[in-house]
Ligand binder design. Structure first.
Ligand SMILES: [Zn+2]
Length: 521
């Protein structure tokens, strides 16, 4: 019989017998097959922290299992026959908790489910059979470290939270007008000027970037770095003014906004710089994706710049929009030769953009969904981050919990059939214009990040808002402890309308500048 276990994200299949319990004691044993060490250690640390149990991990041997069943055995086994690489099964019966998975990540997800199943004062689990796998392969969260610098320790906490919620893509917004956060040896002024002289100073050293990648990898999370080009790059231009159209001087702003200054696409040095950036990213980030931003680009500077105009003539480009597409396609070609694919925001897509570039759909401007459906039919893949459902930096008055929970990530366009095959998954961005510390971050994250996680993982037919809210209430104390949440998970933002209006003005300005390519013909 299927029960609603108190889990977030809800599992996709289970049979539970709440009357029968599986109790652990200090004599219990954890047995593993090779490859499951990290998952077993994660469970071990949890049991020690919550129940002061110090269990032993042993490799699978011909142990006399019978002698241990009194005390309880947790058994990690490979199951190469399991269909989904991130799927897992948990079977608890007769003093044994069997965890089977095809991969280390699957086993790690089983452990996250088990941690939530404990949730009581004594180390006991209900007798359950859980068989679970994700709805979407892309279950993303985006952190903006550019507007406000975010320390490494806080990123570790966010990655830990993502693992708990079975989210597997960490999109790291590392550069923007307000700061450049990535050290690059060939261009030292990026971190020295773009990072340290930013209003919120700081940058990540090469060593720290490697560390975060490896910390994430252990938790089944791929890091997708974003370098925002050719717009949103005042911190880059402040460090290397010769790469901009006007030549500067440029000032790193402290205020949010859409600025006119752009990378000069007529300048060969700017192209060499962009390629060197991709080389550097390939050396540090092993994942197959690089996000190149491409959003909110007012094209005034390109129209005024003789070099950019010359480039357009050479390449037979009829407008600035095509110049942007030409740039993105050159970078995609370069990245593809290194086994990578680029990602761009949806205001950067058009028919001439390489189909290999993945689109992150954020802004539902006029006919954006129709355009996305057309692009999906031509083979483009999408990551869905609809502004009004997933933008967690917006207040709950604008992006209510209900909307986030109901979000399916589908490409609906009028009556046209949704192109589900083109959807890689859902991602929730957290922009940091107004988020400078853990407290303000947590206020925006919770409880909506829980809804995002469930929309990413759980099949639509297993979702229910009323039941979800009950589970949030049941688990909120647990999450508050486990994620070290600073304050109440349900706080409201009193300045919501002011912020929304400011954001709306930005978007209208962006639309006027960037969305209509015909205006400049
Ligand atoms: Zn130029």
């Amino acid at each position: 019989m299927k029960h609603s276990l108190s889990l977030i994200p809800q599992v996709n299949g289970n049979i539970a017998d709440e009357r029968t319990r599986f109790a652990l004691s200090s004599d219990s044993l954890i047995q593993i097959e090779p490859g499951f060490e990290f998952a077993a250690e994660d469970l071990l640390r949890f049991l020690e922290r919550h129940y002061n149990l110090r269990l032993t991990i042993s490799s699978h041997t011909a142990l006399p299992i019978f002698e241990h069943t009194q005390a309880g055995i947790i058994n990690f086994c490979h199951d190469s026959g399991m269909v989904h690489p991130e799927g897992y099964q948990i079977t608890i019966a007769n003093g044994i908790c069997d965890i089977t998975a095809q991969t280390a990540t699957g086993a790690l997800y089983a452990v996250q489910t088990i941690k939530q199943l404990f949730h009581s004062a004594v180390p006991e689990l209900p007798a359950v059979k859980v068989y679970d796998e994700p709805l979407y392969r892309w279950r993303g969260f985006m952190l903006d470290s550019a507007r406000h610098f975010c320390p490494v320790g806080e990123i570790e906490r966010i990655l830990d939270m993502m693992l708990y919620l079975k989210m597997n893509k960490f999109h790291w917004h590392l550069t923007d007008d307000q700061g450049w956060r990535m050290e690059i040896n060939d261009y030292p002024l990026l971190s020295q000027v773009g990072g340290l002289s930013a209003p919120s100073p700081g940058f990540y050293t090469t060593e720290e970037l490697h560390y975060i990648v490896s910390y994430a990898e252990k938790r089944g999370i791929t890091v997708i770095p974003e370098v925002d080009l050719p717009g949103h790059c005042l911190s880059l231009l402040a460090a290397y003014p010769e790469l901009g159209c006007s030549g500067g001087p440029y000032v790193i702003p402290s205020e949010p906004g859409i600025f006119y200054e752009l990378l000069c696409l007529g300048n060969d040095d700017a192209l060499s710089f962009s390629k060197r950036l991709i080389d550097y990213i390939c050396d540090i980030f092993p994942g197959p994706w690089i996000h190149i931003g491409g959003d909110e680009i007012p094209t005034r500077r390109w129209k005024e710049c003789p070099k950019c105009q010359e480039r357009m003539k050479e390449e037979h480009l009829s407008n600035s929009r095509e110049l942007h597409t030409w740039f993105a396609n050159r970078l995609q070609e370069y990245a593809a030769a290194k086994g990578k694919n680029l990602i761009t925001w949806n205001d950067g897509i058009d028919e001439k953009l390489s189909r290999d570039i993945i689109c992150q759909f954020w802004f539902p401007y006029h006919n954006a969904y129709e355009k996305a459906v057309a692009e999906s039919k031509r083979g483009r893949k999408f990551i869905m981050s609809d502004y009004f459902s997933t933008y967690l930096d917006l207040s709950q008055a604008v992006v209510p919990l209900k909307a986030t929970y109901a979000y399916t990530g589908h490409l609906h366009a009028g009556k046209e059939a949704a192109q589900e095959h083109a959807i890689l998954g859902i991602e929730a961005p957290l922009w940091s214009e107004h988020i400078s510390d853990r407290r303000s971050r947590d206020k925006q994250l919770f409880p909506r990040i829980l809804a995002v996680a469930e929309s990413c993982w759980t099949d639509a037919e297993a979702k229910n808002l009323h039941d979800f809210i009950k589970r949030v209430d049941h688990l909120k104390g647990f999450f508050q402890t486990e994620f070290s949440i600073d304050g109440n998970m349900y706080r409201r933002d009193p300045f919501v309308l002011i912020r929304f209006l400011k954001k709306a003005i930005r978007i209208i300005s962006m639309l006027r500048q960037a969305v209509s390519p015909n205006r400049e013909k």
